[in-house]
Design a binder for this molecule. Structure first.
Ligand SMILES: [Zn+2]
Ligand SMILES: [Zn+2]
Length: 140
């Protein structure tokens, strides 16, 4: 099977847009910690702007930033969530975390190299930090 990867381009949300993301018309004022300013494109695409979610909104939508190349994002968009869920045989049933009509594969169809690496390392890091996660190979 051909492996498909997310873009992974990174950017920073300028302060004025971070402020604007808290004040979306028709929605309650956002909490500062609900806004993501370290952006990383999780789309599978080869053309068009990079995109990342900035703030989830209550009714199946979210605030997105898009940027081109090394330019910082210049505007925000409120987009509906992608309505697809992973209900293929053996799927997790999780919803796609992209926006409606996004380019490329849904979340479960593409590999995020960074996520995969963090997930693979996380148990070791947590154990190393003394959190003593339950050993999932242990028999009850
Ligand atoms: Zn991208
Ligand atoms: Zn999708």
């Amino acid at each position: 099977m051909l492996r498909r990867y997310v873009c992974g381009a990174m950017s920073q949300l300028p302060q004025d847009l971070a402020f604007a993301a808290l004040h979306i018309e028709g929605f309650a004022l956002g909490a500062p910690e609900s806004v993501t300013t370290d952006l990383r494109c999780t789309l599978e695409h080869t053309a068009g702007p990079h995109q990342d979610i900035v703030r989830p909104l209550p009714d199946d939508s979210a605030v997105w930033a898009e940027w081109v190349g090394d330019e910082p994002p210049e505007a925000l968009r409120v987009r509906l969530d992608c309505p697809f869920t992973d209900d293929e045989p053996g799927g997790t049933g999780d919803g796609c975390s992209q926006y409606k009509a996004h380019p490329g594969g849904h979340t479960w169809q593409v590999i995020d190299v960074l996520h995969a690496a963090v997930e693979a390392m996380a148990p070791e890091i947590l154990r190393g930090a003394g959190y003593g996660l339950p050993d999932d190979t242990a028999t009850p």
